[in-house]
Design a binder for this molecule. Structure first.
Ligand SMILES: [Zn+2]
Length: 188
């Protein structure tokens, strides 16, 4: 089961399937979308890794009820654990560079950030902080904002792959959450 959880977490980029918060293995559990008690398989295509508290809430509800719960939170899905307590502050040093390994969160093996990406990330994060409430709310605006910013400060034309990598890294670090084309931020 533990290897199963590892595999699911890796495939999900270390994030909860539902709320997309960074998910340390200690807080994670395997959720069977169709519950085992309802005949759900133990195979990967019926399983996701999610916050333990949510898994307990979903229990052996029918897939319809589970979807209802998720849809009720649509746009800004919060797992119960994240509703009850404020998110844990980032590990010391993590907020500075985003490059030091977090104490608790398991990282995929390929998580090392190349320095050019790191510099772009810092640029983007500094800009997002500065923007405060006027941060882009749509994915399309976020991508064009990042492109323009990198061009302006680094004279680089970001490829789509680089851009996606950058946004992926922001999500992996929990700075940016994208749900249905809407963007929310935790950049401090
Ligand atoms: Zn969650």
């Amino acid at each position: 089961m533990s290897a199963h959880l590892d595999r699911l977490l890796f495939a999900q980029g270390g994030m909860c399937f539902f709320c997309r918060n960074p998910l340390p293995k200690a807080d994670a559990s395997v959720e069977h979308l169709v519950a085992s008690s309802n005949g759900g398989a133990n195979a990967d295509d019926n399983c996701v890794a999610c916050c333990r508290a949510l898994n307990q809430l979903l229990g052996s509800k029918s897939i319809k009820e589970k979807l209802q719960i998720v849809l009720n939170q649509r746009g800004n899905f919060k797992c119960p654990a994240h509703l009850a307590t404020p998110p844990k502050p980032p590990a010391p040093g993590l907020a500075d560079t985003g490059n030091s390994p977090s104490v608790s969160a398991p990282k995929p093996a390929a998580a090392k950030v190349p320095s050019a990406t790191q510099e772009r990330l810092e640029l983007v994060l500094a800009d997002l902080k500065k923007r405060g409430a006027s941060r882009p709310r749509k994915t399309s605006t976020l991508t064009s904002t990042i492109k323009a910013l990198i061009k302006q400060h680094r004279q680089e034309n970001l490829s789509d792959a680089d851009l996606n990598g950058l946004i992926g890294e922001l999500q992996r670090q929990g700075k940016v959450t994208i749900s249905e084309g809407k963007v929310t931020y935790k950049v401090g």
